[in-house]
Design a protein around this ligand. Structure first.
Ligand code: SF4
Length: 348
């Protein structure tokens, strides 16, 4: 079964933009692929972040993924920093990662110009992403348009490493993208991508009342100044959100009512709020069930890290060997499930 790796940053509670843009797709993919889904907390420290809330946000993200339907019996769900080999492989891949190409990454250039002092981690971000994927010999990576360039860099790093250390073999497969339907979910301000940092989101676990309070002031077609002014649904984010949450006949009616000034924007938003609350109800319910089982999320993440760690440890062992390192005799001791006693501490 082909293997997929995909990661998501620990931004805390999932919002509808994450769900529609990525997580719904994960839930579908796990039916047909061997999936590793990772909360990528190591990526989160490449920009300024709130360290006091990182652990909480990481757990909330994991809980949200499980509530959305990521199934730990089918997929491996884990936290990136719980498998130390991600960092190790990143360092080892630095031996072949081309700095010129890293500097040309659009995301790097964009983010670097917004900070006074550019951390090395920001430049190195795509190498860590390459490590995430190559560590598991993933065949496929679901990518949005903003990650295509990073995946191409992963392929380049794999080619360079294979040429240098592969001994005539393609040890690392070049992962292929799974190009999913580009869903760019616009935030409630109607202008930019939905993003928690911009405060323009609706959380997946929000109550119907909270959803309504967020939708009520959301931006619509500015041409609809009064109820009698006809509008253009195509320029209104509320209409596009209807397409994801309302049945097709309602979507058609929304467009007709808007163009013909047959209802007000609050009426339109009320229908959206009801359909959205209905669609998200099972997710809220699963989240409640998980919260009612103390330690369950942690247990799932520990099992996921153990599964991922076994694959990762084998890859690192082979990579070290191919790169010429002296193998540590008792390397397996580091795995808690290896059944071996931990190595004695050296006296200092
Ligand atoms: S009626 Fe609906 S689709 Fe039209 S502008 Fe208002 S909120 Fe948007």
């Amino acid at each position: 079964m082909p293997r997929i790796f995909s990661g998501i940053q620990p931004s805390g509670e999932l919002h509808i933009g994450n769900w529609l843009g990525a997580v719904q797709n994960w839930v579908t993919l796990q039916q047909s692929y061997d999936c590793l889904f990772c909360v990528v907390d190591l990526h989160a420290i490449t920009a300024k972040y709130e360290h006091a809330s990182l652990a909480r946000r990481t757990r909330e993200m994991a809980l949200g993924l499980l509530a959305c339907g990521v199934d730990p019996d089918r997929s491996t769900l884990f936290v990136q920093s719980h498998v130390a080999e991600h960092s190790e492989l990143q360092w080892l891949l630095n031996a072949v990662a081309p700095i010129g190409e890293l500097e040309r990454m659009t995301q790097f250039k964009d983010k670097a110009q917004r900070v006074e002092s550019v951390p090395v981690g920001l430049l190195n971000y795509p190498v860590l992403m390459a490590a995430d994927i190559l560590l598991y010999h993933a065949d496929l990576v679901p990518v949005g348009e903003d990650q295509v360039q990073h995946l191409e860099l992963t392929r380049e790093v794999a080619r360079r490493w294979n040429a240098e250390f592969g001994g005539g073999q393609d040890y690392f497969p070049e992962p292929q993208p799974i190009l999913t339907e580009a869903k760019r979910i616009v935030g409630l301000d109607g202008g930019t991508k939905m993003s928690k940092s911009l405060g323009n989101t609706i959380g997946l676990l929000e109550s119907p009342e909270e959803i309504w309070q967020k939708l009520r002031p959301a931006k619509t077609d500015p041409a609809r100044v009064t109820r009698k002014d006809p509008g253009n649904p195509e320029v209104c984010n509320i209409y596009h959100l209807h397409k994801y949450f309302s049945p097709p006949e309602t979507v058609a009616q929304v467009a007709d009512n808007c163009r013909g000034a047959k209802w007000g924007c609050l009426d339109c938003k009320r229908v959206l709020a009801e359909n959205m609350s209905l669609a998200l109800a099972p997710i809220r319910e699963r989240a409640r069930e998980l919260e009612a089982q103390p330690g369950r999320v942690e247990e799932i993440l520990a099992a996921g890290a153990a599964t991922a760690g076994r694959i990762a440890a084998e890859t690192i062992r082979e990579v070290r060997e191919r790169m010429g390192f002296l193998q540590a005799e008792r390397q397996a001791d580091r795995r808690p499930d290896s059944g071996m006693a931990p190595p004695a501490r050296l006296p200092v």
